[in-house]
Ligand binder design. Structure first.
Ligand SMILES: [Cu+2]
Length: 165
């Protein structure tokens, strides 16, 4: 083995470490919003990128930061009132697709905070995917953050957010 081959072999070993076990799913731009004190609620938002050739699905979320963690969405009840709903089947992500969890839409709900969480505090959440398995993320609390309408549009979905958001 020459020096180059040794390096390639070493790199291959490095990328085989469990932390890179699923390179298909990438979580970007994670942040949390909380009401603050113990027993109150909060929500975690992020964008899921699926670089794989197969569709996947976020089916569960876990965190020590709350008594109960659920996948939620918001839905218009038909009278213009937005209701929060538990989504037990989770959120699908197309092959080579993305899915944004954002305010007014899909989110990871934290019910009954086990500790006080204020701006800047980290929230560790384990996301469970149907195919990719568990992906651990850290989302910092950012209650000052504006709604997604203020973000640069990365997809038609985000662009469709009302300007007032
Ligand atoms: Cu919720």
């Amino acid at each position: 083995m020459n020096r180059f081959q040794t390096l390639v072999a070493a790199a291959a070993t490095l990328f085989a470490l469990p932390v890179f076990a699923d390179a298909n799913i990438m979580i970007e731009d994670a942040y949390a919003r909380t009401m603050g004190g113990v027993g109150t609620s909060g929500a975690v938002f992020f964008t899921i990128m699926n670089h794989g050739a197969d569709a996947d699905r976020l089916i569960d979320a876990k965190s020590d930061a709350a008594q109960k963690v659920e996948l939620h969405t918001h839905k218009d009840d038909g009278n213009g009132v937005m209701q929060m709903l538990h989504v037990p089947e989770g959120f699908p992500i197309d092959a080579h697709g993305m899915h944004a969890l954002q305010r007014g839409g899909d989110h990871v709900m934290l019910m009954g905070l086990t500790q006080e969480l204020k701006d800047g505090d980290p929230v560790t959440v384990t996301l469970v995917f149907e195919k990719a398995g568990e992906v651990v993320i850290e989302a910092a609390v950012d209650n000052a953050r504006k709604g997604e309408g203020a973000m640069m549009g990365q997809s038609g979905h985000m662009m469709a957010e009302p300007a007032s958001e």
